[in-house]
Write a protein that binds this ligand. Structure first.
Ligand code: FAD
Length: 132
């Protein structure tokens, strides 16, 4: 399917660590998006033609917002860091292949070991992290 550029709106943005920004964007792209995919974010700077790819960190339950977490390294990301609630933002995507949280936790598909006996998993006091 051909992707087209859409306009989203920054819902909120916080600097969560030195040069690391956490941005929630209201956008229709959230409808079909999965964490692990990415969006191309266009700058407003005409001299910086190419959009900047940023991974989708989270999609909210109602599928109306995407969360991006990024580090400022240059022209584009420094511009995005100045955005605030209400700023319009041009996006293309979602692109790439996302992962379900189960796939993200078990890249070697070891969850199958427990699929036949859910009770065994319940008894495993170490929980998910004990399986990794
Ligand atoms: C599929 C994909 C997903 C990505 N997801 C994320 C994400 O979730 N969060 C995130 O922070 N970044 C992510 N990136 C990297 C992000 O796209 C770049 O950091 C961004 O394009 C830089 O744009 P800029 O205009 O700020 O920097 P530019 O002005 O283009 O570059 C400025 C300088 O920084 C250097 N530079 C560029 N990118 C990086 C980098 N990543 N690390 C160190 N130096 C760099 C350049 O070589 C140049 O010297 C992703 C990249 C790809 C390809």
């Amino acid at each position: 399917m051909i992707k087209t550029k859409v306009i989203g709106r920054v819902f909120r943005q916080d600097e969560i660590a030195d040069q690391i920004y956490d941005m929630w964007i209201e956008t229709e792209l959230a409808q079909g998006a999965r964490p692990g995919q990415f969006v191309c974010v266009y700058t407003k700077n005409a001299a910086a033609l190419l959009p900047r790819p940023i991974s989708i960190c989270e999609v909210n339950e109602e599928k109306t917002m995407l969360r991006l977490v990024y580090r400022t390294v240059g022209t584009g990301t420094n511009e995005f860091a100045d955005y605030h609630a209400g700023t319009e933002i041009s996006l293309l995507g979602p692109l790439g292949n996302g992962k379900s949280s189960r796939e993200a936790c078990f890249p070697d598909r070891r969850w199958n070991r427990y699929s036949a006996d859910a009770a065994a998993f319940q008894r495993d006091q170490k929980g998910w992290t004990g399986l990794l």
